[in-house]
Structures are given as C-alpha cells and as structure tokens.
Write a protein that binds this ligand. Structure first.
Ligand SMILES: Nc1nc2c(c(=O)[nH]1)N[C@H]1C(S)=C(S)[C@@H](COP(=O)(O)O)O[C@H]1N2
Ligand SMILES: [Mo]
Length: 322
C-alpha cells in the first residue's frame, strides 16, 4: 500500500507561519485596494458566491464548561486557517473550496451496537438540547493552537438518544465523502471517508461537544458544517468534521491518520507536552493570531483539561498509548 507521509504533502505544515503571513499581507493589500474603490459592503457582495446563504444565527446560552481566562482567536483566523483535507491540503484551501458543500438536507445515520438503527435530521439535532457557547482551547497536532467559542451541546446527550448497547465500547465518526461536493484530493494520500473514533467513556465525557456553530452562528463550511465533534483535550485531528454517520462498535475503530502513519498519530492523541511527535516537539505551541511576544506558549497537559479528564486514563501508559 502506498502511504504518503504527512510531511510529503502539505508544505504549509512545515512553513505555516510564512504562508500565513503572506496570506495576511496579501489579503490586507487586496482589501485596501478594493475598499478604496467600492467600500467594504460592496466587496462582500462581490466575493460571496450566490449559492452560499448567509450564516444562520444560533441562540446560545453560556456554559459553565467554558474555559476562562483565554482570548478567543479572531473569526477571520478560525475560518481561514483550517485543516479539512476533503477540500485540499493547504490551510487556505477549505475557505476557498468549501462553498460547494451542501449542508441541507443533512442527516446523521446511527448504526452498529444500538437498540435500533436511526437517522437524525440536522434540524432535529439542532433543537435536541439548548445550544451552549463553549469556549475551548484548540490544539492541532502540528503544534499550533487557537481559542474557539463553539456552539453545541455535550455529545453524551445525543448518545443517550442513540441507545447504545452495553457491548458498545467505542464510537466511530464518519465524515461526508462526496466527490460531487468535495474535491477529495488524492494528493493528501487519505482514504476517504475521513474517520475518527473515541472510547465510549471519552465520547460520554461532558466536555466532548457535538458542535453546530462558532461565534454564535452556524459553522462555516470550512469548519465542518453542519455538524462536527470537538474533543478539547485531544489533538485537532480527533475532531471529525461534516459527520454523516456514527457507529457504535465493540473494538477500537480504524481512524484516518492512524491508518496513514500509526507511529506518528495514535488512537488516543491526548495533548501531551511530554510525548513528542517523531518529527517535532510538542513542548510548545504557536498561538494563531497572537501578538508576537505571546506567539509561543507552553503546551498544557491534556490541553489544560487535566482536572476534568486525567482520570479517564488512570493506569494507562500515555507514552505507549499516545
Ligand atoms: N473530515 C475531516 N475532519 C477533520 C479534518 C479533515 O481533514 N477532514 N482535519 C482535522 C484536523 S487535522 C484538524 S486540526 C481540525 C481542524 O479544525 P478547524 O479547521 O475547524 O480548526 O479538523 C479535524 N477534522
Ligand atoms: Mo490537525
């Protein structure tokens, strides 16, 4: 089997900062130029493809599970510095290419070890529980981080509706793979659909968020519309986007990056400053959008959520189970 290493593909992973700075200065220059002629409103009108509808506002309530004492990353950065390989390997690709994703109608199919298989419509899911704003740290395995005000509710609330059997020990999440809506580039070397998974107790943990929005509006396509998972104490790739299927299973399910390079991306992938990636250190992280003097900060064990989640891993060797 041909396996491309992650390093073989996205050069943006290796020189993210330079690309990012270039993009920002380009955008600033472009915006200044056009705004001088037409004004900002006109610019938005021109750039917005006609089939992309304005983002729906979500009414959120504050959550006691929000992380405090953190500064949210700008909406601009959260929506223009993405990993979503279905739309291309570079950080700017998802924002550019994801306009072709249709998020209505949309449903999640529930299969496997459940009382009875069901399909949930996205608009039913949106109303299942009060929508909470949860501000979480977000840490990508490539050693950059953001702070994101997500909107959603605990995945556990949805799992209860699915009525898993006691034999279900893991949950698998499967993303949309539709070549009519997504380029699904071969270049990334990924076998589509994108798949991720959690152990049942991780999936049931109150911090694990079934996520529908950010900054009080429905998720932009590039951030995984219309529904994704967020697991704040794990590296970002555990958080599957644009989910169409959830399977309850007995054995540890296969997951995309683990299949690609098991020695680099483990099943657990808990944020851990003491366990380096084979090709780079995890001791520090680059904070996207932060002022220069605060751009590098120490990585926190379990991304700062250790008080809540460390007990899930009692007695486990986190070096072996990376
Ligand atoms: N379906 C799908 N989900 C995915 C990915 C992907 O390529 N496809 N990338 C993952 C990675 S590596 C990260 S860091 C996060 C990025 O989420 P964000 O772009 O909203 O910050 O999504 C994760 N979920
Ligand atoms: Mo990532």
């Amino acid at each position: 089997m041909l396996i491309l290493k992650k390093s073989d593909i996205p050069s943006s992973e290796i020189t993210p900062k330079r690309d990012y700075m270039n993009r920002r200065s380009f955008m600033a220059a472009a915006a200044a130029g056009v705004a001088a002629v037409a004004g900002e409103c006109a610019l938005r009108g021109v750039l917005q493809p006609p089939h992309v509808k304005a983002a729906e506002k979500l009414n959120t309530i504050k959550s006691p599970l929000s992380t405090t004492g953190v500064t949210p990353t700008s909406f601009e950065d959260i929506t223009h510095y993405n990993n979503f390989y279905e739309f291309g390997p570079d950080k700017g690709d998802p924002a550019k290419n994801s306009g072709s994703l249709h998020t209505r109608p949309w449903s999640i199919k529930v299969e496997g070890l459940v009382a009875k298989p069901q399909t949930f419509d996205i608009d039913t899911l949106l109303k299942l529980r009060p929508m909470e704003e949860r501000i979480y740290r977000f840490r990508c395995v490539e050693a950059w981080s953001m702070v994101i005000p997500w909107a959603g509710y605990s995945l556990s609330e949805f799992i209860k509706q699915c009525q898993p059997l006691s034999t279900a020990k893991y949950v698998q999440f499967i993303s949309l793979a539709d070549s009519k809506q997504e380029p699904l580039p071969w270049s990334a070397g990924i076998q589509w659909p994108y798949q991720e998974g959690l152990r049942m107790d991780e999936a049931m943990h109150p911090l694990t968020l079934l996520t529908f929005g950010l900054y009080g509006q429905e998720l932009p396509n590039q951030d995984g519309a219309p529904v994704r998972i967020i697991v704040p104490w794990k590296y970002g790739f555990k958080s599957a986007k644009s989910i169409v299927k959830i399977k309850f299973v007995k054995d540890q399910p296969s997951t995309t990056w683990n299949e690609m390079a098991a020695n680099e991306y483990g099943f657990y992938s808990n944020v851990n400053p003491n366990v380096d990636h084979p090709r780079w250190s995890q001791k520090r992280e680059r904070v996207i959008g932060a002022p220069i003097f605060r751009q590098l900060q120490p990585t926190l064990m379990f991304n700062g959520y250790g008080d809540q989640v460390a007990s899930l891993y009692n007695g486990m060797d986190l070096r072996k189970n990376y």
